[in-house]
Write a protein that binds this ligand. Structure first.
Ligand code: 9D3
Length: 261
């Protein structure tokens, strides 16, 4: 899978290529990354990519022309290299839709890779967005300094879904989105030693009783979801994924539908 990234800070993407599962998959050729610096598509001596906002106000705005010229080069390069030509052009933006697992899966399923546009400064000239961008995604309600880390996060989430990137055991699990969790948060994990600094592993996990272990894990998932992510609990309840036993357990915690935290 091919990713292209428009960024004035291409060096921010090296960590993705240097360590972990993504790096191994990159070495195996499962995905490629090409960065394009809008400064290389300017024509003035200062290589200017930003200017002051019309209407006034703080900060600077990225100009449309260097971004569009860089994007044209991406499309040319993809064409010449026989790559699919329907890649989404994704702007990382605090006003975008919050990026979710289903969006990562969609990028995998479409098999077109993606072209990421990373903003800096206060924002990007709206005319570039209207003309060239197909999707806008945010990581959530906190302020970053630019889109680069968000693009790296999204590529990580897509790459690990590519066939052959995770080992079989990891693939079977797929983290918090394991089907057996019904969209609830995962339960806590323990490993050796049995007693760490005076704190024991919960007895049930040493019992060898798989039914009791499954019940304990389910209860931990329900407890954590009620505490940290009542939105997930509501979604599970609405989809009919919560059993009478689940609801009885939640009631002992003081949680009743619709689980307002
Ligand atoms: C404090 C500046 N804000 C004024 C109301 C606007 C603003 C502009 C540019 C806030 C952040 C940014 C840079 N952020 C991103 O490019 C970004 C982002 C984010 O800040 N949070 C969550 N997801 C993303 S994706 C891209």
């Amino acid at each position: 899978m091919r990713f292209d990234v428009l960024t004035i800070f291409p060096e921010m993407f090296t960590s993705l290529l240097d360590s972990g599962v993504n790096a191994r998959a990159h070495k195996k050729g499962a995905w490629q990354l090409h960065t394009w610096n809008p400064r290389d598509f300017t024509h003035d001596t200062h290589r200017t990519v930003d200017d002051r906002p019309y209407g006034g106000g703080p900060g600077m705005v990225m100009m449309a022309a260097p971004l569009e010229a860089a994007l044209s080069s991406v499309h040319n390069a993809r064409q010449e290299q026989g790559e699919p030509q329907q890649a989404p052009v994704i702007l990382l933006s605090p006003i975008g839709e919050v990026f979710q697992q289903r969006h990562a899966q969609q990028i995998v399923d479409q098999q077109q890779g993606a072209i990421f546009v990373c903003g800096r400064y206060e924002g990007i000239d709206q005319r570039f967005i209207d003309k060239c961008v197909t999707h806008q995604y945010s990581l959530g309600d906190f302020v970053l300094s630019g889109g680069e880390l968000a693009a790296a996060v999204m590529m990580d989430s897509v790459v690990r879904l590519l066939p052959g990137v995770l080992n079989d055991e990891q693939s079977a699990m797929q983290d918090s989105f394991h089907p057996s969790l019904d969209g609830l948060l995962d339960s806590p994990h323990y490993t050796r030693p049995e007693n760490y600094e005076g704190v024991a592993v919960p007895d049930v996990l040493l019992s060898g009783n798989h039914k009791h272990i499954a019940q304990w894990r389910r209860e931990q998932s329900l407890r954590l979801s009620l505490q940290n992510r009542p939105d997930l609990l509501i979604a599970a309840w609405k989809s009919g994924a919560l059993t009478k036993k689940d609801l009885a357990f939640l009631a002992t915690l003081g949680g009743e539908p619709p689980f307002e935290g």
